[in-house]
Write a protein that binds this ligand. Structure first.
Ligand code: ADP
Ligand code: MG
Length: 324
């Protein structure tokens, strides 16, 4: 007989909690922030067909569902503490559930975050996670602190870049083709993003504004510029790229780095005097950072090509209701 709702929760999602006052099993979880700290709270939902393909391995789906949420805590400079999981499942498939739980708890353990509750229902496959992180008052990284003259930075994997997830999607869509090894590398970027939690923590007190790149660099930078009431210039030749993406034609490079999305890297600003400290923060977090431009008083975004001229066409960020 198929596993029931409560057996399923007990078998796959209930683990002893270390930090929560009360975890799974009651009507509410009970959490106590450490003295003097604030909660940073964020939710992200993953919908089959919209955010992931039905062919994704369940381990990678579990990883990604939590990773995209941890990325929001990273962008705020918050320390992960607890999360909840609301899950809709078309059927009870134990191979799927075991894989999902494995990917989820592996990443949770790496970041010291624990599952404290959720909801489980039958329905089209859908995962919604809410994360709770701690941050000292006044120290959260926000979108509204960028000022003219500040440098603009983006993080990236060491030896890699941004835009690989989009390149993988273009291959899935049949718009680009790659060798087997190249495809495996960019597919990993799409399915197993690494949230930049350590970098976010190291940037407290250094970065003046931050956001994680989930909908494409141009779109996400636009959020920072509008919230901060400033503009920016970006030298597109300084966008970090993996060797795989760098081997693609220039229009595809620009599409993937500027409008790609699903990068889950941190895009942030800092006063120029902090450049060495920013590099040291990145080194301590084990990630690369590239300075790609500068904040200016004049509103709007100016993207420059290799000759220092404005790009003819500006790729747009992703919008669930207006993008193709
Ligand atoms: P209620 O009916 O009171 O909302 P539920 O019966 O939905 O409670 O859930 C029972 C317990 O299991 C609760 O503590 C809830 O937080 C937890 N729970 C339900 N689904 C999940 C899930 N997918 N992951 C983690 N905890 C869950
Ligand atoms: Mg419930």
């Amino acid at each position: 007989m198929a596993l029931g709702e409560f057996d399923l929760i007990a078998k796959y999602f209930t683990r002893p909690t270390q930090q929560a006052v009360l975890g799974i099993g009651d009507d509410c979880a009970l959490l106590q922030p450490r003295a003097g700290l604030q909660w940073a709270v964020s939710s992200d939902m993953l919908v089959e067909g919209r955010h992931f393909l039905p062919t994704v391995r369940p381990e990678r789906l579990g990883h990604k569902a939590l990773a995209v949420n941890l990325s929001d805590l990273a962008a705020c400079g918050a320390q992960p503490v607890a999360f909840t999981l609301a899950l809709a499942l078309p059927r009870v498939d134990e191979v799927f559930l075991a894989g999902l739980a494995q990917g989820l708890f592996e990443l949770a353990q790496q970041h010291g975050i624990e599952l404290v509750g959720g909801d489980t229902t039958a329905g089209p496959l859908n995962l919604c996670i809410t994360v709770f992180g701690e941050v000292p008052p006044g120290q959260a990284l926000r979108r509204d602190g960028a000022r003219p003259g500040h440098q603009l930075w983006v993080s990236h994997p060491l030896g890699g870049g941004i835009g690989d997830a989009r390149l993988a999607l273009e291959v899935f869509r049949g718009h680009a083709s790659l060798s087997g090894d190249q495809f495996e590398a960019v597919r990993r970027a799409m399915e197993q993003p690494q949230p930049r939690v350590a970098l976010g923590l190291a940037l407290r007190g250094l970065a003046s504004a931050a956001i994680d790149v989930s909908d494409g660099l141009v779109g996400d930078l636009g959020h920072v510029l509008r919230r901060s009431g400033v503009g920016a210039v970006v030298d597109t030749t300084r966008l970090p790229m993996s060797p795989v993406l760098a081997a693609q034609p220039l229009p595809r490079q620009l599409e993937c780095t500027l409008a790609g999305g699903d990068d889950y890297e941190l895009l942030f600003t800092a006063p120029a005097a902090q450049a060495a400290a920013v590099r040291a923060a990145a080194a301590s977090a084990g990630v690369g950072v590239a300075c790609i431009g500068q904040i200016e008083a004049e509103p709007g975004l100016r993207l420059l090509d290799a000759q220092g001229r404005p790009l003819a066409q500006v790729p747009r960020g992703f919008d669930h209701f207006t993008s193709p």
